[in-house]
Ligand binder design. Structure first.
Ligand code: HEM
Length: 468
């Protein structure tokens, strides 16, 4: 088993930086020598005036002002000159790259890779995705200029945190994450939650699956302590989502079972007290996600979004849960709840690091121009194995609903590859019954992305010393 040394692992994997802004750069290696020299200097941090030092997973209270991380695609490893003997030992999903996994990921129709904008149409040219994090966007140009001396910058994507930790669609995000006992996190010292083994996200350690250690590419002592990342550009149709909530709430107002969805009078406990129709919009949004939009756990609080005394993360699902089996976060992590693949409970954990992109969504007043503007999420979904984690979650659970016969064949209502003709989602009622929602479109489209490997610091040094 690998010996853990936090200084050797890139930052942002085991613990987030909590910065407000990010710039992702999509890079091509056109001069191997320059690329290798950049990586060598970046791993050692000896020349900060020339290259940004790679941020490590050290036990800091506050992350450095500017954080910098490196992700390398399979084509990138090839471009850096990694020999065939090693390349062959990387997992198939990574070798094929994100575009070739489109069917499994639901990247079809308008989300298909051939519809992705530049530079994502030429995925073979994307060799690295490097990410710069800072609270001050003024830091980005300097770092980008340093990077551009060694690589061709094919594309740039800027992201930012929305106020109150929210993402588009208005939900607070980033609440549930795997936690690792090896990592000091001052904000989590009093949180009494189960910890995940390092093998959930890093190569070379035992995992949550009994007796399973995911394969480490050759040479193992180099590629242990690395992780695999699915970088996704997910466009969100905020206007379409809000309009659908309104349409459904209007219908629910006269539904005979509506009081079993939300007892009459409960609207005073939602968003500090709102009208019945607006409260129904919020219940539908809460059931679609599994949390009220302010982050309160729906499973523990089905009639109020007041989070007093309600745990944000310490809860589980049962057969009689009020949180629908089809809700986004229950699909993405069924916790210990009843699922067909019992062995997979707690095992398909993903570290999520994302920020929003695009302009604010203006609710009042709405304008056609603002409704149509492109906005969404720059998401990083990190784990030790694409097949057993990211793809298993997206394909089996989010897209097909294989975890529960009651939802099999339906798609995640919030972000699945839905089409109006077949979409379906069952709202739960207090007496165990349900109301079926249908005819909702796809609210999230894929606009690009890449599968990248996040090498350990020793692995970056190894790659920088390759010859030929
Ligand atoms: C634009 C796209 C997305 C939006 C708006 C979104 C939104 C959310 C929200 C609001 C939560 C609840 C907050 C929390 O518990 O931290 C959540 C949880 C989660 N989401 Fe997403 N999500 C998106 C895409 C995805 C994708 C593509 C995946 C999977 C690959 C995913 C996996 C998860 C997981 C694993 C959780 C935590 C569930 C738990 O541990 O209880 N999300 N998401």
């Amino acid at each position: 088993m690998t010996k853990f040394n936090s200084e050797e692992v890139q930052g942002n994997i085991l613990r987030g930086y909590r910065k407000n802004n990010v710039r992702h750069l999509m890079l091509e290696v056109t001069d191997r020598g320059k690329a290798r020299q950049f990586l060598a200097q970046s791993a050692d941090g000896d020349h900060p005036q020339d290259v940004p030092p790679i941020t490590r997973s050290a036990n800091w209270d506050d992350a450095p002002q500017v954080c910098f991380n490196v992700g390398i695609t399979f084509e990138g490893l090839r471009a850096l000159g990694l020999p065939r003997r090693s390349l062959d030992t990387f997992p198939t999903e990574y070798k094929e790259g994100m575009a070739n996994r489109a069917n499994k990921l639901g990247d079809v129709g308008a989300s298909a890779p051939d519809k992705w904008p530049v530079p994502f149409r030429e995925l073979d040219r994307i060799h690295l995705v490097v990410s710069i994090y800072s609270n001050d966007t003024g830091d980005f140009d300097k770092v980008e200029a340093q990077v551009a001396k060694a690589f061709d910058v094919l594309g740039v994507r800027n992201g930012r945190n929305l106020p109150e930790g929210k993402v588009f669609f208005g939900y607070k995000d980033g609440i549930s994450q795997p936690k690792f006992k090896h990592i000091f996190d001052p904000e989590k010292v009093d949180v009494n939650e189960p910890k995940d083994p390092l093998g959930t996200v890093l190569l070379g350690y035992p995992t949550n699956l009994e007796g399973v250690e995911f394969t480490v590419p050759y040479p193992k002592e180099v590629f242990c302590n690395g992780a695999f990342n699915a970088f996704r550009i997910l466009k969100q149709d905020s206007a379409g989502f809000e309009d659908y909530l309104t349409k459904v709430a209007d219908k629910l107002m006269t539904h005979p079972d509506v009081d079993k969805l939300l007892p009459e009078g409960a609207e005073k406990d939602i968003c500090g007290g709102i009208g019945r129709r607006d409260a129904l919009r919020e219940v539908v949004a809460a059931q679609m996600c599994g949390r009220w939009r302010n982050g309160t756990t729906y499973e523990l609080s089905p009639n109020s979004d007041n989070d007093d005394g309600i745990s944000a993360t310490n809860f589980d699902y049962t057969r009689n849960s009020r949180c629908p089996a089809g809700a986004h976060m229950r699909r993405a992590n069924p916790r210990g709840g009843p699922i067909v693949q019992r062995i997979a409970n707690h095992s398909r954990r993903l570290v999520r690091r994302g920020m929003s992109y695009g302009p604010d969504f203006d609710q009042a007043p709405r304008t056609v121009e603002n409704d149509k503007a492109e906005r969404g999420l720059l998401g990083n979904f990190i784990g030790a194995n694409y097949g057993a984690q990211f793809e298993a979650v997206v394909c089996d659970w989010i897209n097909y609903g294989l975890q529960d016969p009651n939802i099999t064949g339906t798609n995640d209502p919030l972000l699945g590859a839905n089409v109006t003709e077949t979409s379906a989602f069952d709202l739960t009622l207090s007496d165990g019954g349900s109301i079926r929602l249908s005819e909702f479109p796809r609210f999230v489209e894929t606009r690009g992305g890449a599968y990248t490997f996040l090498p350990s610091l020793p692995a970056v040094r190894y790659l920088s010393k390759l010859t030929g």
